[in-house]
Ligand binder design. Sequence first.
Ligand SMILES: Nc1ncnc2c1ncn2[C@@H]1O[C@H](COP(=O)(O)OP(=O)(O)OP(=O)(O)O)[C@@H](O)[C@H]1O
Ligand code: SF4
Ligand SMILES: [Mg+2]
Length: 346
Amino acid sequence: MNSTATSPEASRPLLTLKGIEKRFSLSGDFLEQLQFKGGKLVRHQEHVHAINGVDLDIQRGEALCVVGESGCGKSTVARTVMGLITPSAGEVHYDGERIDNLSTKQLLPYRRRMQMIFQNPYASLNPRMTIQQTLEEPIRLHHPDWSNQAVKDKVSEVMTSVGISADWGPRYGHEFSGGQRQRIAIARALAVDPEFIVADEPISALDVSIQAQVLNLLMEAQQRSNLTYLFITHDLAVVEHFGTRVAVMYLGRVCEVAPTATLFSRPRHPYTQALMSAIPRLEDDRPQHIRLEGEVPTPVNLPSGCVFHGRCPHADERCRQEIPALIATDDGGQVACHAVEEGRIG
Ligand SMILES: Nc1ncnc2c1ncn2[C@@H]1O[C@H](COP(=O)(O)OP(=O)(O)OP(=O)(O)O)[C@@H](O)[C@H]1O
Ligand code: SF4
Ligand SMILES: [Mg+2]
């Protein structure tokens, strides 16, 4: 019998975000913030509210996709999870331990367990390093006791696993195509045997013809090594193919989380419904394409209440006043919408 199946380690989320907020200052340093108003010196501060109270659990072995339009805060969530930026409020917990307040040294073991793959494979490989050096670097950092031979064997193993010949180690990144570079970036992430991978739009910069290959490679790696993914994309076809669950974001907040099949068959949040209605389908018996009125508001001056109220066909006075919390639905998801909670909409 598998003894880990019921252990607390197996049942607790691998990653938890609790009330994460991130504000970026737009007003420069202290002196630049000072302004004369009505004969007085006043301090003027302006912020971009990139994420505004994100709560999310990621379970072991799942591929949680985060979707939402440009600027809604997806990359900020990814970078906060990886410790690349410090949240303005809230906590990040990894495998039961709080990690957002750790020093660089304390974070090192987590840096091995969590790896990130970026969107742009042209920017993510150091042009001055050969592929062999690029892949050896993280292995030597995290396994300083390994022999040269052990490091080289590991490099050959990961290169082969991503479909790049191990003989190409002495070459430089610029000698490879975009798809091959992204394979090398994936090999670099896999070289230290991580358990969790954050992938921020990992295929959107690639030619359409090779996107599926790279996506399949990520899925094979997941099965082979039982990886957990936080996968960011704006492509709903990719979500349907890749994701076990989906989190939909709008203006720095999560508006709905649900198992992929549930989200596609029965989107609950009005924003998710609008997103889903935009996907063309052959067997189309669904309601007409929902056209949203207006523009996404700026994250500098956030709307009061529900951040979606200005564009939502179901908004009422409560929506304009009160921020809706994520609440559990009867089909295994969570939705942040007063109208769903009140039963005004399905
Ligand atoms: N370093 C920064 N300084 C100031 N504003 C920032 C910074 N990083 C992100 N932002 C702002 O925060 C908001 C969220 O940005 P983020 O990059 O997380 O969005 P995204 O969902 O990843 O968008 P995209 O789909 O275009 O990649 C945007 O308004 C963006 O302009
Ligand atoms: S809370 Fe109100 S405004 Fe927001 S999505 Fe629900 S109905 Fe629309
Ligand atoms: Mg982004």
